[in-house]
Design a protein around this ligand. Structure first.
Ligand SMILES: Nc1ncnc2c1ncn2[C@@H]1O[C@H](COP(=O)(O)OP(=O)(O)OP(=O)(O)O)[C@@H](O)[C@H]1O
Ligand SMILES: [Mg+2]
Length: 254
């Protein structure tokens, strides 16, 4: 099982949208995929048509030691399973601060489903707190969605520094799988930001060629509880996610 954290401490850069659509695209390629929600906002469940607030079982019970990961997993599409979260996860965040080995909880839980999936995609909250640290500790790889604006570019630098720290402290094998340009616009500034990012990261971090353009279809899909692959299958931005999934699937299993 390749474990990939989708992380960026900046909010609204399409972490959740990327998790859902890359996950669904991998599932369509015939891979067995688990999505794990480490964000108390519970958007993975909502985006896939469930009501997060109604869930009896979710990831906070696992991190808290009250349930196993298998017990909370639900099947959401063919080949696609979800370990959902909801707002209860925010209380666990506080509890985790008081516990020993608090950064290993997700990693330990994920070992129990290692053989059941080809991929696990872990959606992170927009912060670098203990929930993201759990995700980066459980993951082998990190995928970074980045919007094409100046502040987002600064945010990527900060995240790469945090990945370095994770490597030296907790997870020496953590690799950066790449940066995905999301919510791309046609403006000159967006192009400049992207070119600058590619130059800065060249030889260090891969920036995917496929750009996911800004389109209202993603918001529509989320509000309908559908993936964008279901809602607008032939949209170029959806094809970009499929292409990224194919690129990811091509790399050897670690
Ligand atoms: N390519 C896109 N074009 C337009 N809107 C998009 C695109 N991708 C995502 N969105 C919308 O932008 C909003 C933020 O996206 P999303 O929730 O995926 O970001 P996030 O990084 O997970 O946010 P958070 O940091 O709050 O978890 C959502 O309403 C989503 O539907
Ligand atoms: Mg999100």
């Amino acid at each position: 099982m390749r474990k990939i954290a989708i992380a960026n401490q900046k909010g609204g850069v399409a972490k959740t949208t990327t998790t859902i659509n890359v996950g669904h695209a991998l599932a369509e390629l015939g891979k067995r995929v688990l999505l794990v929600d480490m964000d108390p906002q519970g958007h993975l469940a909502e985006g896939l048509g469930l009501i997060a607030g109604d869930l009896e079982n979710e990831i906070s019970a696992v991190l808290d030691g009250r349930a196993t990961l298998s017990e909370i997993i639900v099947n959401v599409r063919p080949n696609l399973d979800l370990a959902p979260s909801n707002i209860r996860l925010s209380t666990v965040e506080v509890k985790l601060f008081l516990k020993a080995r608090r950064e290993d909880k997700l990693k330990t839980a994920m070992k129990t489903v290692e053989d059941r999936y080809d991929f696990a995609l872990i959606d992170c909250p927009p912060s670098l707190g203990i929930l993201t640290v759990n995700a980066l500790s459980a993951a082998d790889e990190v995928l970074i969605p980045m919007t094409t604006d100046f502040y987002s570019m600064l945010g990527v630098d900060l995240l790469l520094q945090s990945v370095e720290e994770m490597r030296s402290e907790l997870n020496p094998n953590l690799k950066v799988l790449g940066v995905i340009p999301t919510r791309g616009t046609r403006t000159v500034n967006a192009r400049e930001v992207l070119n600058h990012t590619r130059r800065e990261l060249e030889g260090r971090v891969r920036v995917f060629d496929s750009i996911v353009k800004e389109t209202v279809r993603f918001r529509e899909a989320a509000s309908l509880g559908k993936t964008a692959l279901e809602h607008a299958p032939s949209l170029p931005s959806v094809e970009a996610y499929r292409e990224i999934a194919r690129e990811i699937a091509k790399e050897p299993l670690k």
